[in-house]
Design a protein around this ligand. Sequence first.
Ligand code: NAG
Ligand code: NAG
Length: 372
Amino acid sequence: MKFSILSLVLLIGIFNKIRGDAEVCDDSVCTIDNNCRCASVNGPLALEDTPQLVVLAFVDAATQDLYKNVWGPLVEPRKNPDGEFISATFYLPHEYTDYQIVHDLAVFGFEIAAHSVTNNPHQEYWRNANESLLESEFGDQKKIIAKFANIPESAVKGTLVPQLVLAGDSSITAFVKQGFVYDNSWTSKTSLYPYTLDYASDQNCDTGSNCPKESHPGFWIAPIIDLIAGDGDVCATIAACFRDSNTQTAQEISDWLVNQIQTVKNSNRAPLTLIIEDNLFKSVNESWAGLNDALDRIQEDKEIFLVSQSRVIEWMKNPTPLSEFKTAAETVDTGCVKNTCALKNPSGDERYMVSCVPCPQNYPWLGNPEGQ
Ligand SMILES: *[C@@H]1O[C@H](CO)[C@@H](O)[C@H](O)[C@H]1NC(C)=O
Ligand SMILES: *[C@@H]1O[C@H](CO)[C@@H](O)[C@H](O)[C@H]1NC(C)=O
């Protein structure tokens, strides 16, 4: 038998090439100078030089109620250890979003990103979506945000898919075609640092997603590292961690969250994404107070920074050590003249869309982002 392991490896390699699958990542070739990084639990710097980056990721429509009562009081008065205001990423769906709030968030230095036009609640919709539908869901949402919040399209860099369900390579191809830089929808059991899809990813694939297999040079994946609920189950969003139990006190919720952050900080300091759904505040009475208290506590740690996801990607490309780390939130102010537009959505229901520019003729939607 001359059939060796080597020839088996070669055969698998050839088979993958025929199928178009990405090759195994070699970090001597895939270097950050080429905007390439292999999937890894090791960061670019020694641990003691690595700031612990934490991204608060909000995923609901920007409404007055949420902004005034929930998001604003949670994020606006806070500062990072470098003395700058914190940032966060708002992944926004279209329906019910008030685009004047979006404009204000961008002016305050928060990142605006895309969470689709329809925010369809069904996993199958996202798992089976084809490339053109995904281009429309995310590319049109970017255009809607840019036009009606009056911010540059280039400021909208990231995607987070509803239900955290990817449709394999179709999703990534659609995001690349629509000019996105990173995706933040893929959950990970291990504490991976963000990486590019030039080469094959060894990230586990198990939230009902089809995971990408082909090469997508230069496109970044910001993994959602699993959290561990009180009962030991893994969960991808804070609300999901309280699915089986919602009677905790604010103190218990705060202790749990501080512990989740400290656990990553004490292991490999991979950037941590915390997905914060409105559903959390509706289903867990003490969640806002608990979350607010946890943020107060981690702010006392001079090694933890609350930043946007695009700041995380920038840091991966140019990893400044902790002693020199700057929050450096991007701000854009292109003005906003408020218009409230009474329009009918595709189901014929009335929507009052607040816009920073004159009202469109029709409700912006898939295939018609300008509402012509
Ligand atoms: C993609 O899916 C949409 C919606 O299901 C469908 O209308 C369209 O024909 C599909 N496009 C292609 C190219 O398959
Ligand atoms: C949450 O608050 C509501 C209203 O005060 C109360 O009826 C409900 O029992 C509380 N739920 C829990 C789990 O404590």
